[in-house]
Design a protein around this ligand. Structure first.
Ligand code: NAI
Ligand code: PYR
Ligand code: MG
Length: 688
């Protein structure tokens, strides 16, 4: 049936994904069950024909309210909450109220929820994502109403293989997994950390257009409706007719062809004499947040009678690993192609699990790898903002504060970039300085973490600096470098100060003022820790103390700073949200077996090259969050192309690696875009 050349398949595939056609959704529920299922519920938006067909008549007020009216009504009530609480001094109270109103909609009507989220992402990201999601995790037991996602605990050992089949969807594409051990900069929040995978997956839907719902994707061959609705063809044909589609084609994706379904469909359509056969197939294209509860070392939680997780200390060592292994085995048994994003694991397990699994299945660690790409893009943007050539990146003196999973991930990727540019691995880290809670890290450090070794300064190469020196001493000290037997004395005067410490305020007034002496005309400050109160400094502090010419980025959003005389200090949001959705989407649409360094590098380079010179000159390093779907489509396409080039792409649905390889850069972006979901009510059809 699909015996077409690659070229003609490619051109044909363009119409398969038209976002204009509302795809029918086949459901098994009826009546009140539909109203209680947020995936398919339309509230008052069910048209009368559907109310009749689905047993909804009488269960709703008679008036049909359009999607647009429902949208407007929700936004009006949200805005009125905002207006009425604007004078509230307790901002966390207001933030939680906003989260509650969004969460209630999420619980009730996913289509409307995701539409308002996508269309108002700049306003809503700070609620469903950082910073408010941190507050939600901290207050999770009080906020808990309905479960979302799956929970596996240490008590479930030996049961996970059967538990995974409790998840109602037949197919899962994307899993975000946490063990709650390092939630943002808030530490160990145990099972309450589930808010993070939920927030990350909301961003997947908003930015990458992953479809959280049941979708029908399959139509065999063609159904051509010419002169109006044929009589007595049944609901599916009625449905197609009402979409006013002349030629209705869809791609059989992922599912093996089921001959019984074809026979059923022929019978349903009832047009045996017709040349065209409609075959409707249900596909689940779903996302799954997962909490792996292995206990908590947070005593406050253990003692809290309302804590929702296991009240026991965290498992360690082999016991811990055996739980993760069992979970992964269960997931891969049921959904062998699922992509697993590890999120907010404490450092030792972040690195250990990455090493353990990255060659075995399609996974990545967002805090290590996603953050690294976003930071590298920002660092390269900084070089451009300083009016220097990108080749000058290896000469940038970068002080990284925080030697955890994120800080080390950033430095590793920055070093890889330097090696690519200079071809010299030996000196690649010479301009990078790393500090942790005990100050500057040198090779003299006792119990030096193996992951930090490549970035630990050699005391032989630095004079005036010692292991454990404070940030202030590092920023303003003298440095002696030995190069080719000669000694050069110079100040460190960093070009960039990058914080991933999780500690609010470590870029204090003295440190920021010392940065005024930077050798760069435009030093950069990346206060990347989350949530807002954990940022190393605020935007106002940065521009006030370090000078108006700085480039500034923070992990959680801050307002731009008004500098007077109409000048604006631009605030960038250096957050891995600019990359993880594209990494996941690209891995999915290429059918990547694993996620390689080249795929991650392609993602970072795509983000780095996204901004125009004019933007960069203004100090704008990252796109507005309003453009997150566009950047995600491009990042996703870069990841697809890198996966193909690395020969790890196995294809997606009926799009095989050969076809992916045939696509031009622009066609790959188009392919990714066509696979991005935009929420609209789908016509519902009850499966007989
Ligand atoms: N903007 C973004 O996209 C991302 C931000 N982050 C944020 O980065 C922070 C750290 O995350 P991880 O590296 O995973 O945590 P981690 O716990 O693995 O590492 C924290 C590091 O900071 C160091 N540190 C603590 N106090 C310090 C101090 N006073 N001065 C200097 N260093 C200090 C610790 O010694 C440790 O090396 C968190 O707040 C997290 O929210 C993490 C990932 C992405
Ligand atoms: C943004 C993020 O992943 C974090 O703060 O952990
Ligand atoms: Mg994280």
């Amino acid at each position: 049936m699909w015996n077409l050349t690659v070229a003609s398949r490619l051109s044909r595939s363009r119409c398969f994904f038209s976002s204009v056609i509302p795809r029918p959704c086949i459901i098994q529920k009826r009546g009140a069950d539909i109203l209680h299922d947020p995936w398919i519920n339309k509230d008052t938006g069910f048209p009368l024909t559907e109310r009749n067909r689905l047993g909804l008549r009488g269960l709703l007020p008679p008036r049909v309210i359009s999607f647009e009216q429902q949208y407007a009504r929700f936004m009006e009530s949200y805005r009125s909450l905002e207006k009425n609480t604007v004078s509230e001094s307790d901002t966390s109270h207001v933030a939680l109220a906003k989260w509650r109103i969004l969460n209630r909609l999420h619980d009730r009507n996913e289509t409307l929820y995701f539409r308002v989220l996508i269309d108002n992402i700049k306003d809503f990201a700070p609620i469903i994502y950082t910073p408010t999601v941190g507050l939600v995790c901290q207050n999770y037991s009080g906020l808990f109403r309905r479960p979302r996602g799956m929970y596996f605990s240490a008590k479930d050992k030996g049961e996970m293989m059967s538990m995974i089949y409790n998840w109602p969807a037949q197919k899962v594409d994307m899993i975000v997994l946490t063990d709650g051990s390092r939630i943002l900069g808030l530490g160990d929040l145990g099972v309450h950390g589930i808010g993070i995978p939920i927030g990350k997956l909301d961003m997947y839907v908003a930015a990458a257009g992953l479809n959280p719902q049941r979708v029908v994707f399959g139509v065999l061959a063609k159904l051509i409706l010419k002169d109006g609705m044929p009589e007595g063809l049944g609901l599916e044909a009625e449905l197609v007719f009402h979409t006013k589609v002349e030629v209705f084609e869809m791609l059989m994706e992922d599912l093996d062809f089921d001959t019984n379904r074809i026979a059923n469909a022929k019978a349903i359509v009832g047009i045996s004499s017709c040349l065209y056969v409609l075959c409707v197939v249900v596909i689940f294209c779903l996302i799954l947040p997962v909490m792996l509860d292995v206990g908590t070392n947070n005593l406050k939680l253990i003692e809290d009678p309302l804590y929702l997780g296991l009240r026991q200390p965290r498992l360690e060592g082999e016991e811990y690993l055996s739980i993760i292994d069992e979970f992964i085995e269960a997931v891969l048994t049921r959904w062998p192609k699922a992509i697993v994003q590890f999120e907010d694991f404490q450092m030792k397990w972040a690195f250990e699990t990455l090493k353990r699994y990255r060659e075995r299945f399609c996974m990545f660690n967002d805090d290590v790898q996603g953050t690294a790409g976003v930071a590298l893009a920002g660092l390269l943007g900084t070089v451009r903002a300083q009016g220097r050539s990108l080749d000058d990146f290896p000469n940038q003196k970068i002080v990284v504060v925080g030697a955890g999973s994120a800080g080390l991930g950033v430095l590793s990727m920055a070093v890889q970039a330097v090696v690519r540019m200079t071809g010299n691995a030996k000196t690649a880290a010479q301009n990078f300085f790393l500090l942790d809670k005990d100050g500057l890290i040198t090779k003299e450090r006792k119990n030096l973490d193996p992951a930090a070794v490549p970035f630990a300064k050699d005391p032989g190469l630095i004079a005036g600096l010692r292991d454990g020196d404070s940030l202030l001493e590092v920023v303003s000290s003298m440095l002696v470098l030995e190069q080719q037997q000669q000694q050069h004395v110079k100040k460190v005067k960093p070009d960039v100060l990058l914080g991933l410490s999780g500690v609010g305020g470590v870029f204090n007034e003295e440190v920021l003022k010392a940065l005024r002496e930077s050798s760069s005309n435009r030093p950069a400050i990346f206060a990347m820790s989350n949530p807002t109160m954990n940022a190393e400094c605020t935007s106002v502090e940065a521009f006030k103390h370090a000078g108006e010419n700085i480039v500034f980025a923070s992990g959680s959003p801050f307002e731009n700073v008004q500098l007077g005389n109409g000048k604006v200090g631009y605030v960038n949001q250096a957050n891995n949200m600019y990359l993880f959705p594209g990494i996941g989407l690209g891995a999915l649409l290429s059918g990547a077996r694993i996620i390689t360094d080249d795929m991650l590098q392609a993602a970072a380079e795509c983000l780095a090259s996204y901004m125009t010179d004019q933007d960069i000159e203004k100090g704008i390093l990252y796109p507005s969050i309003n453009g997150i779907r566009d950047i995600t489509a491009k990042v996703g396409a870069s990841v697809v192309r890198a996966a193909v080039a690395e020969e790890v792409a196995e294809g997606y649905g009926k799009v095989d690696p050969e076809e992916l390889a045939y696509m031009s850069k622009e066609e790959t972006v188009e392919y990714v875009r066509r696979n991005m979901w935009y929420p609209n009510y789908s016509p519902l059809v009850q499966q007989k």
